[in-house]
Design a protein around this ligand. Structure first.
Ligand SMILES: CC(C)(COP(=O)(O)OP(=O)(O)OC[C@H]1O[C@@H](n2cnc3c(N)ncnc32)[C@H](O)[C@@H]1OP(=O)(O)O)[C@@H](O)C(=O)NCCC(=O)NCCS
Length: 215
């Protein structure tokens, strides 16, 4: 792009960069190219984020908060209204996607019958897609490339490459992906070779060692 169009594009990019910097200013470390749409609250006291982070805050405000250790991998997407609240530790691997109004907590905040509140780290494996309004409860570890169906309440650990659904969430079935695919939401929008945003299938596959994952 040249001329006036290029100037406008550079202005828009600068504006977007400043917007992201403003909303992620309390984050201890942010990788390259974060995109922030709307006005999320990201005020956790120990947050680190990888490259190409996307966070949207539209119909409901998105929140990443608490005094726990929040670690977010590369290419993670957090959609509008999602809440990540940590008092101990929440880890989102690479390529994790949290849909609208997902709730992830590592503390129950209050105890029951005089007991202490449950406080235990949450880990969500790389490539996992957590569907709209699902909840992930304290102490849960979810594997890689898992699909958590909309509205699921995940109370127990989940292995790799499965679909879980329901309250409490149960494994519905195993999932299969091409060996080079990183993400549970594997469709034309995936960045796998041969998809809308991915590199051409043939060139990529020829240059890959067998079983490799590609971005
Ligand atoms: C899970 C999902 C991806 C469907 O995947 P799918 O492979 O097409 O699954 P199917 O429709 O074949 O369902 C498999 C089983 O899980 C059940 N199931 C699917 N979604 C479910 C849900 N959200 N809650 C409870 N059960 C669900 C189905 O009823 C079916 O049960 P059955 O085998 O007893 O008939 C979809 O239901 C879903 O939850 N999508 C989330 C979308 C979203 O949050 N988008 C936000 C934008 S990022």
């Amino acid at each position: 792009m040249r001329g006036w169009g290029a100037v406008k594009q550079r202005q828009a990019e600068r504006k977007q960069r400043r917007h992201a910097e403003r909303h992620l200013r309390t984050v201890r470390r942010v990788g390259s190219g974060p995109i922030v749409l709307g006005t999320p609250i990201v005020d956790g006291t120990d947050v680190e984020i990888g490259d190409r982070f996307m966070i949207w805050s539209g119909h409901r405000q998105t929140l990443v908060s608490g005094s726990g250790r929040i670690r977010i991998g590369d290419r993670v997407f957090i959609n509008s209204g999602a809440v990540v609240f940590s008092e101990v530790g929440v880890t989102l691997g690479d390529d994790v996607a949290l849909a609208n109004e997902v709730y992830i907590m590592d503390t129950s905040s209050h105890g029951v019958e005089g007991r202490e509140p449950v406080e235990s780290p949450v880990v969500i494996g790389s490539g996992t897609w957590v569907g709209a309004r699902a909840m992930v409860m304290p102490g849960v570890t979810i594997g890689s490339r898992v699909v958590v169906a909309a509205g699921a309440v995940v109370t127990k650990d989940v292995p790799d490459d499965v679909l879980v659904a329901g309250n409490p969430a149960r494994v519905v079935r195993p999932l299969t992906y091409p060996p080079y695919c990183r993400r549970a939401w594997h469709d034309k929008y995936c960045s796998c070779p041969g998809t809308l945003f991915g590199p051409p299938m043939i060139a990529t596959l020829e240059s890959l060692p067998e079983g490799s994952a590609v971005d």
